[in-house]
Design a protein around this ligand. Sequence first.
Ligand code: BGC
Length: 396
Amino acid sequence: MESQKFPKGFYFGAATSAHQVEGNNHNDWTEWEKSPERIADLKKRGLNPEGFISGRACDHYNRFREDFDIAKKLGHNAHRFPIEWSRVEPEEGKFDEKEIEHYHEVIKALRDRGIEPFVTLWHWTLPLWVRDQGAWENKKTAADFVRFCEKMAVEFKDEVRYWMILNEPEYWIGHTYALGIFPSGKKNILKIPLLYLRLARAHRFVYRKLKKINSDFQIGVVESTGWIEPFAARLFLSYVRNFLFPWLVKGYFDFFGLNYYRVNDLLYFLHHGKREKSEIGWEIYPEGICRLAKKAHRYFKKPIIITENGIADSTDTKRAQFIRAHLVEVERAISESVDIRGYFYWSLLDNFEWDSGFGPRFGLVEINYKTLERKPRQSAWEYAKIIAPQKYKEVN
Ligand code: BGC
């Protein structure tokens, strides 16, 4: 498996999200992490709340240059990350120029290293004033989000070509309203249809506005997918789990961002032990990435970018093989005429895993959370060898 097998100009990189790596954010999640209900719930489950407060995370906000130096050494030519809405617009309608400047520097640091920026406009966190007005349940939030996106697009129109509007909206809706494990922690399945329609409407608006600002922008939808087993369940659920949101915004995206981690086997109790698992129990099924890419290609006829694919593996015993096996499947899809343009491993760094705290380790780069020391794992070099085999022949 070598990069030569991929089309010329193929993007190889990794992804992060602001809240998970930057540190010292101030948004709906940071407040929720420290709320008495959340802390009580963690304690009830015998967990130490400290490990579930994002705090300074990886301090990527201050160390992004060091992190991009590592990405460059690892041969990456693309990087996916969000602009954090709560930093840029901490008060309604008041944009913080210093924070906007920060993201100019982030983008410049990437470009200086020959790394193409892929910018996400919403990766699950909201400014506090948006939370206080009822988050996405309030119709006004969609209008506010469109304004924020427009402002960012104007600001970065000459620096960024690839944009993603909403990260995995259906995953966020499900974890918030069906499972109640994302803030505010209150389930309400009756609100789900409204949320889908609202987020889809916001997406369509943003797409239209951004295209007017620069028709060359390449704008993606980012979908959380999972290969569903068994067949009978897949027939019905595959559309809901994998493709409902993109259907709602069909015609309003230039590429399909496919996030893929695992198989969701509804008969798991029967097949227990059959497949290998990650440290957080996610069953590994590399073929799924090829099969889902083929479906996305058939349904939407748009280029595909693998915007996330990764494994929690603190001992780094499975990651290299995981990446290799998934890239073989990506390559297989390409050889069967699926137009796949890039692959982003999740994640460049170990990071704050939302409701699961700092436990799961997804990073190509290990973070020592006490000293903040960064150390590329062996698997990061194995990935580098796939990207640039000649250059990394000698590494370990
Ligand atoms: C999310 C990431 C998250 C990853 C692993 C994805 O669905 O976009 O933010 O860290 O899954 O849980």
